[in-house]
Design a protein around this ligand. Structure first.
Ligand SMILES: Cc1cc2nc3c(=O)[nH]c(=O)nc-3n(C[C@H](O)[C@H](O)[C@H](O)COP(=O)(O)OP(=O)(O)OC[C@H]3O[C@@H](n4cnc5c(N)ncnc54)[C@H](O)[C@@H]3O)c2cc1C
Length: 599
């Protein structure tokens, strides 16, 4: 099993040198506590907790899994104790509202900690991760009374949260959900229905669980316009705020699944459970988007984490494992063979993982800064701009990073040869754990429709322009920089082509709506590679500037430039295929009659 080592040097590179976080925090309202020393201390402490407490439990969680009995669900050995330590360390309250016991630190710092938690032990990290989403939802849409009752407990970590959307017959298409909410005379609601695949739906890590549930009121309009949102606690709160009598919600069973065994995936039965409405009637899906957007960025982190974990494990192995000789002559003449890191194809696998992990970190931290500005930007214009940018980047981060994160996890396994397939090294667990990331929180297909259909075409390309303008400016500012030419020129070309392709797809879609669905995943992947090109060009610039000024960390910065070069020469060309395929037309997919598939 790879021992997780928090990549602190790269985390600091992205935060401080690429994204200038000191200046960013100073520009926010109410972020006075986010001083460089404070941020550094948080990250150091977080790294220690993840390396020493969570990482050793990762394989335990996979092998033991969760167990169901009439009395409830038991999490793997050590999970509960680790959660207690997490709560005692004040981690759940880090970015939450100070009025309810939070520390009010910027959300982007929380994302850095989430990266370390998620990479060291994704299954464990989902328990507090879901609480975080429940916290954000109640913070944004709950009444004062709901905030006093539930928010304080979620923020302290005494209670955890879930999101209950999916039902046996629907996941992507929530418009067809059937769970009922019937009003009671006392203003509460009786919730009845079955939710499936509910992560952290039942467990033994906290004294109460706050379910955030989508359900339909009597006579509500059909489809997504008739869905409301409810708080349904496992234990009903007492007058004094403590967890009281058991509510009529229970876990019927646990799913047996491919990976993330340490996280309980529950069938939840609501049998007339008492619930409280959050937000306006029939606007539940809008409110739930607060939860889903948090969770989408959270899931994007899984892509980063699986690439980082695979990279860490396979890099150590590639330096150690001896096999055959380098094509240009022995590099380890005293040994029986050369270490496999000398072989170009092993380099390809390592560099792909490195380019994915570091590019993903840059993308997620950049999105994190937009979250900060949306919450605490000092003026309306900045908040609006950040919101538009975040809306555009979220489906890309969620779907692109999980797709290439999974590819990277597979390459991590491949570097190990047959040993990668054996459980001992943790690489096959990483592959199994990461596979779900492309499915939950909206599949890649659904994210792609959101990006191309809702975000880009419905705004006549305005959402895309928010980002491409920024890229254009960077290219213009650096057009005369000879050293950057190898990055800036292809970036400028991609940036232009991105707009042209959008126009072309938009034109065909005006004639036939099916073209949107036919082009969407290729469009999303193309967009992901384009965003990465921008980030890798910027990272190369920072590194080249540092080297020009003279640095004691020549090796680190040189590796950045080399990885950027690898990205531009060996990964960015994948856009050629996506560009061509997105214009291939819906007929190549739809002309075949349904019956012919079976022939
Ligand atoms: C381990 C695990 C944990 C989960 N945790 C939670 C949780 O905590 N809470 C929760 O509510 N849910 C959870 N889920 C459910 C998850 O979010 C859904 O499984 C997911 O959203 C997909 O829904 P579905 O399974 O119903 O697939 P479907 O919606 O039936 O989709 C099947 C396929 O059809 C495609 N498809 C559907 N509609 C379209 C369309 N219009 N255009 C193109 N393609 C389309 C999809 O992309 C997919 O490939 C979890 C699932 C798993 C497996």
């Amino acid at each position: 099993m790879p021992e997780y080592k928090a990549p602190l040097r790269d985390i600091k590179f992205v935060m401080n040198e690429l994204l200038n976080s000191e200046q960013h925090y100073a520009s926010l309202d109410g972020a006075d506590d986010a001083t460089p020393d404070m941020v550094d201390a948080i990250i150091q402490e977080g790294a220690k907790f993840c390396e020493q407490v969570l990482s050793p439990l990762n394989q335990v969680g996979d092998q033991e899994g969760c167990t169901w009995s009439e009395d409830g669900v038991k999490t793997p050995t050590g999970f509960k104790e680790a959660y207690q330590q997490y709560v005692e360390g004040g981690w759940p309250s880090m970015t939450a509202d100070t009025n309810y016991g939070g520390q009010g630190l910027p959300h982007s710092i929380g994302l850095v900690v989430s990266e370390m938690v998620g990479t060291s032990n994704w299954s464990w990290g989902m328990y507090p991760g879901l609480s975080h989403g429940a916290t954000n939802t109640i913070e944004a849409h709950g009444t004062e009374e709901q905030k006093q009752t539930y928010l304080t407990k979620l923020i302290s970590g005494e209670w955890t949260g879930t999101m209950c959307l999916t039902e046996p017959h629907c996941g992507s298409d929530l418009g067809t959900l059937r769970t009922k909410a019937e009003p009671n005379a006392d203003g509460t609601y009786s919730i009845t229905g079955t939710k499936i695949f509910i992560s952290a739906g039942e467990h033994d890590m906290a004294e109460n669980i706050v379910h955030i549930v989508l359900a339909r009121l009597p006579g509500a309009p059909e489809g997504t316009k008739g869905i409301s949102l409810f708080i349904v606690p496992k234990q009903l709160p007492n007058e004094d705020g403590s967890a009281g009598e058991r509510n009529a919600v229970s876990c019927g069973s646990l799913e047996h699944k491919m990976g993330i065994h340490g996280n309980a995936t529950c069938v939840m039965n609501f049998d007339g459970a008492k619930g409280w409405l959050i937000g306006p009637e029939n606007k539940g899906l809008n409110c739930m988007f607060t939860f889903m957007n948090t969770a989408r960025i959270g899931t994007a982190i899984q892509g980063l984490g699986s690439a980082e974990l695979g990279f860490q494990g396979s890099l150590a192995y590639a330096k150690d494992r001896l096999a055959m000789r380098s094509l240009s002559g022995p590099k380890n003449p005293e040994g029986i063979a050369d270490p496999i890191i000398v072989h170009p194809d092993v380099r390809r696998m390592l560099l792909t993982q490195k380019a994915v992990a570091e590019g993903a970190r840059a993308l997620i931290y950049m999105a994190g800064q937009q979250v900060d500005v949306v919450h605490s930007g000092k003026n309306e214009e900045d908040r609006k701009h950040a919101d538009a940018l975040l809306g555009f980047l979220t489906p890309i981060a969620k779907a692109f990073l999980t797709e290439i994160g999974y590819e990277a996890a597979n390459l991590g396994m491949q570097v190990f040869g047959g040993h990668g397939y054996i459980a001992e090294w943790g690489m096959e667990q990483n592959v199994r754990d990461s596979r779900i990331s492309m499915i939950y929180e909206g599949t890649t297909g659904i994210q792609a429709l959101d990006l191309l259909g809702r975000k880009v075409l419905m705004t006549q390309g305005e959402a895309l322009k928010v980002f491409t303008k920024e890229v254009h400016l960077f290219c213009k500012e650096n057009a005369d920089n000879e050293q950057l030419k190898e990055f800036v020129e292809p970036l400028a070309a991609i940036n232009k082509e991105w707009g042209d392709l959008t126009m072309k797809v938009g034109m065909t879609a005006m004639k036939n709506r099916e073209e949107v669905g036919a082009a969407s995943v290729d469009y999303l992947m193309y967009s992901g590679y384009a965003v990465f090109a921008y980030l890798w060009a910027r990272m190369a610039k920072v590194a080249l500037d540092k080297m020009a000024d003279g640095t004691s960390e020549e090796m680190f910065y040189n590796a950045k430039v080399q990885t950027a070069r690898f990205y531009f020469k060996r990964m960015l060309p994948r856009t050629r295929t996506h560009a061509e395929t997105m214009l291939a037309g819906a007929d190549t997919l739809l002309d075949m009659p349904e019956e012919a598939f079976a022939l």
